[in-house]
Design a protein around this ligand. Structure first.
Ligand SMILES: *Cc1c(COP(=O)(O)O)cnc(C)c1O
Length: 433
């Protein structure tokens, strides 16, 4: 498989080059030259495949020959070696729990896959690879955990000060070794901008070998297709394919789902559930894409005003608006409605949503009201305990904190504070090389 830049001003590259580079030299996002159709046998016989076997089948055409088969099999096994259960919540609403990995969020899957691929590619390099990543909350922990102690790689995580939850902050600031946390006095978009500007600094790039672990990296984006197949494997009523509501921020997760659908996976419809950051819902309303400054909400991992992956979605539908609208709709949910859903679902079903899952749940309920014969799934993207500080006042009850998290909360935070503009960021990055 070859990848081209969506800005169309850079050479096509293989999976290895796309992974190491993160972004194309013309600043565009990499996109596969074709979308390989999924093996019909896999779809028809999916109950007889293990999760690792599904993952291998799905990713193999995208990776091609740049990773030996036995190693690729090992990488996908390690990537999905935890439960991803489909749990029924009500008669027509299910939850696909993506939070049983080491940092309790779906980002573990992309981060684990990418870190292992990059670790393999780094072996052939003599210089250090510096991975830069901006996080709105959960990416940081997942990337830190995935890359911890991987030889030849330094990881620099930028996060917005006081805009991530306490569990999230501890997950990315307490590991040490090759993991470095930068606490930025600003928003997630500021962090993302700092990373983007660093990649445009040709002079700096001569001094340090840089790559990004944000969801724009194909090695993080593509493995997110896996669990849409795991959902299908567990889906009972194969005659009525599910509608899937995805809590969306940077739109990497839902973009992977749409890719799987294009490859032939039966998904009826996708709902991009957003919080007050409504750039994409507004695009669907008005036809105008107008990036804004991010607004802080209780579903903080989705506080993104200019979602990077949306250009990939537009590309997938080649600006065919009707096809796009058949596959995807998008809605903005307020914090008040999110909190109300969280409380109501907990009281009525005893199922505790996290705030991101609650945004999706609210959006799915709206959709099912208008489409009562359908069945829907929310992607539950994080364990509620990650957001106990938000949830406890809503349900007026304490959330039980697992022992591993309680221990982590006691560890000492180590971060470097930095201003979003005019700080010592550049010098800092050079020092990493
Ligand atoms: C990152 C994140 C999201 C948003 O995912 P995108 O791929 O950026 O759209 C949603 N929920 C949680 C818990 C997250 O960590």
């Amino acid at each position: 498989m070859l990848y081209y830049s969506l800005n169309k001003n850079a050479p096509v590259v293989d999976f290895k080059t796309a992974t190491i580079a993160g972004q194309a030299p013309d600043k565009g996002l990499y996109f596969p030259q074709s979308i390989p159709q999924v093996n019909k046998k896999l779809l028809n016989d999916i109950e007889n495949y293990s999760n690792a076997a599904i993952a291998y089948e799905v990713i193999k055409p995208f990776v091609g020959d740049v990773i030996p088969d036995d190693l690729l099999k090992k990488i996908v096994e390690e990537t999905v070696n935890f439960d991803i259960p489909l749990v029924q919540v009500t008669r027509n609403i299910y939850s696909l729990e993506l939070f049983h990995g080491p940092t309790l969020a779906f980002k573990d899957i992309g981060a684990r896959f990418m870190s292992r691929c990059l670790g393999y590619f780094a072996k052939e390099k003599t210089e250090k690879i510096v991975v830069l990543v901006a996080t709105s909350g959960d990416t940081g922990g997942a990337v830190a955990n995935g890359f911890y102690d991987v030889a030849g790689i330094e990881v620099v995580i930028l996060y917005p000060s006081e805009k991530v939850s306490s569990v999230q902050e501890k997950q990315l600031t307490t590991l040490g070794k090759n993991i470095h946390a930068i606490e930025v006095n600003g928003s997630f978009d500021d962090c993302q901008k700092m990373v983007k500007e660093t990649f445009m600094d040709e002079n700096l790039k001569q001094q340090v070998f840089l790559t990004s672990a944000n969801s724009i990296n194909v090695a993080r984006w593509l493995p997110q297709q896996f669990y849409y197949y795991f959902l299908w494997r567990q889906w009972q009523d194969k005659n009525i394919p599910p509608t899937v509501a995805v809590p969306s921020g940077n739109f990497g997760n839902i973009c992977a789902g749409l890719l799987a659908q294009k490859a032939g996976l039966p998904i009826k419809h996708f709902i991009a559930a957003c919080n007050a950051n409504d750039t994409v819902p507004e695009y669907f309303n008005t036809g105008i894409y107008r990036p804004t400054k991010a607004i802080a909400t209780i579903s903080n991992a989705m506080d993104v005003g200019d979602p990077s992956n949306f250009v990939r979605i537009l590309k997938m539908f080649d600006n065919k608006n009707n096809d796009l609208k058949n596959s995807l709709s998008s809605v903005s949910i307020t914090d008040e409605a999110t909190a109300e859903t969280l409380l109501k679902v907990f009281k009525q079903t005893n199922y505790l949503l996290d705030p991101h899952g609650a945004v999706a749940y609210t959006a799915l309920q709206l959709y099912l009201t208008n489409n009562p014969t359908e069945k829907g799934v929310i992607l539950e993207t994080a364990h509620p305990v990650k957001f106990y500080d938000v949830i406890e006042p809503i349900i007026n009850e304490q959330v039980t904190i697992p022992a591993a998290i309680a221990a982590q909360l006691k560890l000492e935070k180590k971060s470097f504070k930095m201003e979003a503009v005019g700080g010592k960021w550049r010098e800092w990055v050079v020092g990493m090389g």
